[in-house]
Structure formats: C-alpha cells, structure tokens
Design a protein around this ligand. Structure first.
Ligand SMILES: C[S@@+](CC[C@H](N)C(=O)[O-])C[C@H]1O[C@@H](n2cnc3c(N)ncnc32)[C@H](O)[C@@H]1O
Length: 397
C-alpha cells in the first residue's frame, strides 16, 4: 500500500508553529492567568507536528484497537494492582504474579499495552522487569477514575460499539422520545431506569462522575458573595447533582458562603451514596416534575443537559423557567461542554459521541442558543476555566 507522507517543507512549517506556540507558552508562564490557553495551543501545535511525522497506514491499527487500553486498565483494577504503585513504587512482574496468581504471560501482555500507552514506564529492577506509574497513569490511584473506566467500559461502550449496526437499522435517524435511546435498544430500558434497578452500577456511575472536576469555570465565591445570602436562604439547588461531590467541594472551597446547598437526584443515586457531604442536604427529585424548591438563589445543572435530547431538555427547563420569571434574583447555571463551531478537540468529540447511547449530545453555542430560546431563555454569559465544560449563565429573555 503506498504511503502519503507529509512533505519535509510542510513538517518544517509545523515546527515553526510549534516554536511560535512554545514562545507564547514561555511568556504565559510568567503570567499564569494565560498559562492554560498557552498550554492548550502548544499541545495542539505539537500534536499536529507529531501527526505529520506518523506513518499514516501505521496508525490505522492502533486507532481501531484503542479499546484495548480501557480493557487493560479494567484488568489492572480487577487484579487490585493500582494501589501497589502508590508513592512512585516500582513493582516487578515477579511480584505481580505472586500477588495475583495470574499467569506471567497475561501480566506481561497487559502491562505491555499500558506501557505502550504511557500509563507505566518499564525498567529492570532487582527482581527483573518492573513497572512504575507515569503522570498519565497516576490518576488511576484514585478509585473514582477506576470507577469511570469501569462504568464506561461495561455500561456505555457496548452501546457505542453497536452504533454502526443500530444506526443502520434506524436508517441513521437520531433517537427520539418515541424510539427510545440506543441504550434502550441494547438493554430494553433507559440508562437511568436501568441504573435504578442496578444499585452497584449506579454507585459506579456516581463515583465515575467525580473523576474530572477542577471546577474553576464559575467564580462561586465572588458571585455568591454578591447575593448577600442569609443562613436561612437556599443558596444553591444542584439538580441531578449525583452524590453531591460538586456542592461538597464548592462548600469546602468557600466556607464563607451562607445558605443551604441542596442536591437533588433520583432515589437510586442516594441509595448508592446515602451520606451527603458536610454542609449539603440531599432531596429526592425527578427533573421532569415541578421543582419543589421555589426560592433558590442558584439552580445548577452539571452534566445533565448533555444527557438528553432537545425535547427532554425543554421539558426539564419547563420546571424552572416559571420560577425564574417570578424571582429575578435567581440564577440558572448550566455546566456542560460548549462545542466550537468547527475544529473541536478530541475530548469534545469523544464526550459528544459518548452521549449518544443516552440520546444526549454536546452542543455548540448556536445550538445552546436555539435550545434555550425554545424556553424563552438566552445566554447572559459563558464562563470558562481549565475544565472542558463551560458554565452557561442563562437569563429570561
Ligand atoms: C451525568 S450524571 C451528573 C451528576 C452530577 N451533576 C455531576 O456533574 O457529576 C447525571 C445525573 O442525573 C441523574 N438523573 C438521571 N435522570 C434523572 C431524573 N429523572 N431525575 C433526577 N436525576 C436524574 C443521575 O442519577 C445522575 O446522578
């Protein structure tokens, strides 16, 4: 098969772009406010350069088999091995075999995949070949990241793998309320209903959701500080807030904020995680029914709208908009990805397709505007930080 390599002059141009981005990065390092943007730009240019150096045919196989990495991560979790690498410890194949009683050949093959994926680095220690975690492998020391891999691998990826077949059967029509979601096509019921009858999986999903939250898009302390909150006020209702991890963290980072923090979710979620974080109250609530907390200062939805179709989102908003109309001081914050109109990142594209099994999607700013307009809302401001999600502050139009 003939190979179309990138020409040396194109590569030289890409090197210039990397150097330019590297120079801006150096300048930004002195003024940390811009560092995040500069890092992303440098990463983007460096990736373009790396891609241009690849042998194009040679990438076809690794791309197809990306799922091998999630499978290998899962196997290391099942063998309860991640903790053995705490504190930068090197663990030899011999020790792993002793600990797990697995066949040595299985360990060699699984760790070969993870080393090639830059999660581990291999060296020769006193007991022969050994592994230690790299910076990309270290996140798995936290059980929430392992829960995320497990939830995606067993509960969502199968529906994504079925996409070509199911989409062909459905003649490439987007899922609707009537047809149900791809998860339902595969499992006979909707994801959230299914989780209700599988509490162990719900626990995993809830933990997995906490695996990515720098929470720096919205300046909670500053903005809530402006509201002159009293202890008896409801400061925030986090609707479908899972185990309350977001509110727990905002509370912890801003102990000066007065008022109650309420997290609402389905009973099955609270059965999985019965104790709310300190300073947070749990309340059972279905997002498709009238909102019982009438006078909250902030109504907050994080990673919710991307789970649902436009029609479902409109029904969810119907429960809130009447309250916003009668209480001008109440804010509505939607935390989700705001896709660029073109050239989305890998992370954005992955998040969008990952919503497919649930019948949801990530949206661009223009798609958000259209969606909100259906409920008489507009965008007051899009707050952005270092996380992939933005915080969309809405207003009644
Ligand atoms: C993707 S998780 C997001 C959780 C949390 N907001 C976060 O950012 O981590 C979606 C949440 O929606 C909840 N959920 C799904 N359907 C719901 C419904 N009808 N009413 C209330 N919560 C629901 C799920 O239980 C789950 O906790």
């Amino acid at each position: 098969m003939s190979v179309a390599y990138t020409s040396p002059s194109e590569i030289a141009d890409l090197v210039k772009c990397v150097n330019k981005a590297a120079a801006s990065f150096e300048t930004a390092a002195a003024a940390p406010g811009d560092l995040h943007v500069a890092r992303r730009r440098l990463q983007h240019e460096a990736r373009k350069l790396l891609n241009s150096l690849e042998e194009p045919n040679g990438e076809v196989w690794p791309r197809t088999f990306q799922v091998n990495v999630s499978a290998a991560v899962e196997i290391v979790s099942q063998l309860k091995l991640w903790e053995k690498f705490e504190g930068g410890k090197e663990v030899s194949i011999a020790e792993i075999v002793e600990l797990t009683e697995a066949d040595e050949i299985i360990i060699i093959r699984i760790f070969r995949q993870l080393t090639a994926s830059n999660l581990f680095v291999e060296s020769i220690g006193p007991r022969g070949p050994s592994f230690a975690l790299t910076s990309l492998g270290k996140p798995y020391l936290h059980s929430d990241h392992r829960a995320f891999n497990n939830f995606m691998f067993f509960d969502l990826i199968p529906s994504i793998m079925a996409m070509p077949k199911t989409l062909a059967e459905k003649r490439y029509k987007a899922p609707t309320k009537e047809t149900g979601t791809p998860f339902k096509w595969a499992h006979g019921e909707e994801l959230w209903t299914w989780l209700g009858s599988h509490p162990d999986r719900a626990l995993n999903m809830v933990a997995g959701m906490t695996s990515h939250n720098p929470l720096d898009a919205y300046p909670w302390g500053v903005e809530l500080g402006k509201l002159d909150l009293k202890d008896e006020d409801v400061a925030i209702v986090d609707i479908a807030g899972g185990q309350g991890h977001i509110m727990g963290e905002i509370r912890q980072r801003n102990p000066q904020i007065k008022g109650r923090f309420i997290v609402q979710d389905l009973p099955s979620t609270f059965e999985a995680v019965p104790t709310p974080p300190t300073g947070v109250d749990f309340m059972t609530y279905d997002i498709f029914t009238p909102q019982p907390v009438k006078d909250a200062c902030v109504y907050h939805y994080r990673h919710i709208f991307h789970n649902w179709s436009d029609d479902d989102c409109t029904t969810i908003l119907e429960q809130i908009v009447p309250l916003l109309k009668t209480q001008p001081r109440s804010k509505l914050l939607l935390v989700d990805v705001v896709l660029p109109d073109s050239n989305g990142t890998m992370q954005e594209a992955i998040m969008d397709i990952s919503m497919f099994p649930m019948g949801g999607m990530e949206r661009s700013e223009s798609q958000w505007k259209l969606l909100l307009a259906r409920s008489g809302l507009g965008i007051r401001k899009i707050w952005r930080g270092s996380e992939p999600e933005a915080c969309i502050e809405c207003q009644v139009e």
